[in-house]
Design a protein. Structure first.
Length: 223
């Protein structure tokens, strides 16, 4: 089952990655990565990539990251829910990375399952070390942070809200609500200012009514 989907609306290409990245690993799979690449390069122009994923196969994430980096058009990544683990790696391929104010990003060390003797365990450890180094490459290119800093973030399984991700360089900005961004008329109301304005206008014709009494009446009306 595909975890990605393409749509094209009047020449605007949109790629959506939703759910677990590859239920089965792309390691040794020549068909699925080729299908993704074919669909990616089937069109041209800039791409909007929506991500909401807890992560998944690091091999698939690496290949998608590489393909997106190789794509000639701009890729605007928009994280509307979660970009965790392998999904955060894919997000690093964005020309621009935007997050919803409520979205989260998570980075951590790669995980695996190994069965065998001590030599098998050592090989698994060595493999995980190299996988981490490859992930650090993607994070370092985008954020400009030191590998030591990034490694500590991964060691601690760091969860970042949108503002923190922007602060650390994993994202560039927040998704904007165009409806709210539209210009609207604004008004500030000051009861005291209105009272004084009305007093100034009617004082010449108050016919002997004390100003203090008149102000009290106006105050009652405005309340």
């Amino acid at each position: 089952m595909k975890f990605w989907n393409w749509s094209d609306n009047n020449g605007l290409r949109t790629l959506t990655i939703d759910g677990v990245i590859a239920e089965e690993t792309w390691w040794g799979d020549e068909v699925t990565p080729a299908q993704f690449r074919t669909e990616l390069f089937a069109g041209s122009g800039d791409i909007t990539l929506w991500i909401n994923s807890p992560g998944g196969d690091c091999v698939a994430a690496s290949q998608i990251y590489t393909m997106l980096m190789d794509y000639p058009g701009h890729v605007t990544v928009k994280i509307d829910g979660l970009a965790a683990s392998a999904a955060s790696v894919i997000a690093m391929a964005g020309t621009k990375v935007l997050m919803a104010p409520t979205a989260l990003m998570m980075v951590h060390n790669p995980l695996t399952v190994a069965i065998g003797d001590s030599d098998e365990m050592k090989r698994a450890i060595d493999m995980l070390v190299e996988v981490k180094e490859s992930i650090l490459n993607a994070y370092e290119i985008r954020t400009g942070l030191s590998r030591v800093k990034l490694s500590h973030l991964m060691d601690g399984e760091t969860w970042m809200n949108a503002n923190k991700a922007i602060e650390l360089g994993f994202a560039d900005g927040l998704l904007q609500d165009n409806k709210r961004a539209a210009s609207t008329n604004t008004m500030a109301f000051s009861r005291r200012a209105v009272t004084n304005s009305l007093l100034d206008k009617i004082k010449p014709a108050q016919n002997g009514i004390p100003a203090e009494s008149l102000e009290k009446r106006l105050s009652l009306i405005l309340h």
